[in-house]
Design a protein around this ligand. Sequence first.
Ligand SMILES: [Zn+2]
Length: 513
Amino acid sequence: MSTWRIDLSNFRESCHRKSRRVVPVRPNALRTWRAHVLFLGAGLCAAVWIFGMAGAIFAQGNETSDTAQPTLRVGFGKSDITPARPTPMAGYYGVRFSTGTHDPLWSKATILDDGKTKVVLISIDLIATTPWMVAETRELIREKFGIPEDCVMISATHSHTGPMLYEPDERLPARFGNQTDEAKQYMLSLPSRILESVAAAESYSIPASLHHGIGSETKLAFNRRFFMTDGTVGWNPGKLNPKIVREAGPTDDGLPMIIVQDDQSTPIGILSSFAIHLDTVGGTEWSADMPFTIEQCLGRVFGPNRHFQYATGCCGDVNHIDVRSASRQGGHQEAARIGTRLSGAILRNLNALQKATSTGIQASREIVLLPKAPHTEERSRWAKEVLSKISDTPAPPFMDMVEAYRIADVEARGDSLIEAEVQVITVGREIAWVSLPGEIFVQLGMSIKAGSPFATTSIHELANGSIGYVPTQQAYAQGNYEVISARCAEGSGELLVASALKQLRAQFNAKQQ
Ligand SMILES: [Zn+2]
């Protein structure tokens, strides 16, 4: 893991907004939910690379408590992580400062504790997670709550209307305002702000049970790569493009859901994930994008103080654009449409969930070393020329910038391989969360789900750092945007899948039947 660390002592206080919201879910507030639940019941009723999987496998876990019932405690909390002042925004190849807030960005935390092992799942409304952010936050959580790094999973929803993320690693090229003082101050404040959501969850953890299952939502997400009439594979080829032949990859309709109930059988929180790229809103106002609508919709059903934690699944090649429809698909109304449909799918499937029969928690992670995408000396010189013109008007062509940044990033890493953390957290033999550190092609996520021995496997991408796009081996030969952008070489995605499946099998087999 990362070894560099910045002294935050001078920054923590100055970067906090006094009025920042921290919202725990209080047990006494949960009692009123029963009425809502009754309403709900009535109304809805590689040639894989030879590169070794490097590094140590870190593992924590309770292998023997599966039969002891009920021992599980669950706590929820969230904290406002919206930048306090105008800050460069993430999401696109250009600098744009924020002008206001449409809806706040949140860090949402769920703590699960079986009495022997405590884990925390964190979802943040940001474009990505970075190594420094994750290492620093994990260290704070370990210092404050004694939860080891292996047991802390931090994923980003990939909102394109959050801030640019400051990179303390000076080797990497600056981009689109990420080295400004505003971006730096924001990043330096972030770990302690995420910690507040964990503190809120820790303060109010209560005895609880888990119910789990996989719902589905079809025709909401679309693969954005297409075979074209000229034999190439197109990327976002445009609506009603007559040269489209068919999709070059699948979509994942699965909607993993975990509902948490208190000891009165009252639902107190819902965790879900879905494979759809979170780039709907655009503009210059802070917004969590579609998860904002999920919280609004489910909050109306269950009450506003409940906890709805959404994570983005493997969607490196999947977005919300239906090229066979001419209708415009952007802005807050489109985000509301997507969020409302996903909320409906969650509600439709609630009654079909199964109660988890065991509570033993395990956590493990592995640092997989990935090969870097190759390029020639000539291409290196070309990339430097492109980057020297990045501020020109007009800017260099989009795909040229994408490739030039990839080459600069790859060269900045020197001789070292790319470190990619794969983490697995499981409850009993039924529920699994898997994290992957990048924008992962959907087929890779589907391979993990298909090979997982657990009944419900939820995958969170852009977690515990981000290595950029991770295409399938098949996609490398087809080229286009994600492949041009990918820092890791062909076969990397399949190595991540192998690590995830290895850890899933190990945890499953370690638990008593
Ligand atoms: Zn994106």
